[in-house]
Design a protein around this ligand. Structure first.
Ligand code: SAH
Length: 345
């Protein structure tokens, strides 16, 4: 048994690459134990509170061609859309009414949204709802752009690193993108005072247990405020369409290891996890996650923001989503709250 490794993590010790690897390889024996300790740690810092973030997917235009992603530029089959600044602010207003105190503006890398347009959107939302946090998830931009948006009122930024291994990164992205630039963006966001979220897909093509051990070491070293992980799910109109997807079993175990490694981290049970397993989000919470990110996008565009096949919650309106989630969360012994849900310093 390798319970002692879990105990060491829970008491704040660092593990080596080989120790993480042992845990990953022998997870079937210790997953329940790891989850129980991960829940205890979450309880210690955040109680039984689950924070919600309203996700506004405001554009599915993207200039990039990530091999895994359904909204890649080369996908000629999707119907592209952009929300106007007014529509985006209205979505944020609706979210506020529903109790959301964080909105996440996410999109493909769409040059249409200049710094000026985005700064206006951010500052109008902030002006109307000064008690809300604004999270951006707009991909790689210049330091100058990140600075302008931060000054306009953005509080947090999600930029998954996708993989901590340069060679692996290069198998998932075309030559026009670089591992170094992605990492540079993450450093700049940190420097500018954003609460930063990174993350990776579980079971992305070519990912090994060694890679995952490296991911955990990377996270420990970076110590980000948020970590988003979800299973890789193939999308039919991408080069990786025939690759196997990630599993809920491995994703939830990694959620527990991340909670144990970074006790205060804000950790979502992602929509991707809910997509591959009808109980995925509940299982994520039971593994130590403490964030949910329901969709606030207008119902008419939801099916167009298909990063992967069969994405859930693309039909119902936000109000329905939130009622459904409240009931689901209650069954795990936790409670959805409307607080901003900042990092527990
Ligand atoms: N353009 C932004 C937002 C990307 S979409 C950016 O670059 O950060 C948000 C996340 O969805 C990505 O970071 C990626 O990890 C995930 N994603 C994309 N395609 C996916 C797929 N096929 N399966 C699972 N997750 C995927």
């Amino acid at each position: 048994m390798c319970k002692h490794l879990i105990d060491r993590l829970a008491s704040g010790s660092e593990l080596s690459h080989d120790e993480y690897l042992t845990l990953i390889d022998r997870r079937s024996e210790i997953r329940d134990y790891a989850a129980a300790l991960a829940r205890d740690i979450r309880q210690q810092y955040y109680g039984n509170r689950i924070f919600i973030r309203g996700l506004i997917e405001f554009t599915n235009y993207c200039k990039n061609n990530c091999y895994y992603c359904g909204i890649r530029a080369a996908n000629a089959k999707i119907d592209r859309y952009r929300l106007t600044p007014e529509e985006i602010v209205t979505c944020a207003d609706n979210g506020y009414e529903l109790g959301f105190r964080t909105v996440v503006l996410q999109g493909g890398e769409d040059p249409y949204y200049t710094d000026e347009i985005l700064a206006d959107i951010v500052s109008s939302i902030k002006k109307k709802h000064p008690d809300s946090a604004i999270t951006l998830s707009l991909g790689e931009r210049s330091r100058q752009s990140y600075r302008i948006l931060r000054e306009a009122g953005a509080d947090r930024y999600l930029l998954r690193h996708e993989t901590a291994d340069k060679t692996h990164y290069e198998t998932l992205h075309p030559d026009s993108m670089s591992f170094e630039h992605r990492m540079q963006c993450i450093r700049e966001l940190k420097d500018l005072g954003y609460q930063v979220g990174v993350g990776f897909m579980v079971g992305s093509p070519g990912q090994t247990a060694e890679h995952l051990a490296r991911e955990l070491l990377f996270l420990k070293q970076l110590n980000p405020h948020m970590v988003g992980i979800g299973p890789f799910i193939p999308h039919q109109d991408t080069p990786l369409r025939d690759e196997p997807g990630g599993t809920a079993e491995l994703t939830t175990f990694l959620l527990s290891l991340i909670r144990l490694t970074l006790p205060r981290v804000l950790l979502p049970a992602t929509t991707a996890l809910g997509t591959i397993d009808a109980m995925g989000r509940e299982k994520g919470i039971e593994a130590g996650a403490n964030v949910l990110m329901p969709n606030l996008s207008p119902v008419g565009v939801r099916k167009k923001y298909m990063l992967y096949d069969n994405k859930i919650c693309t039909g119902e309106e936000a109000a329905q989503c939130i009622t459904c989630l409240k009931n689901r969360v209650r069954k795990t012994g936790c409670e959805i709250v409307t607080a901003r849900g900042d990092y527990a310093e």
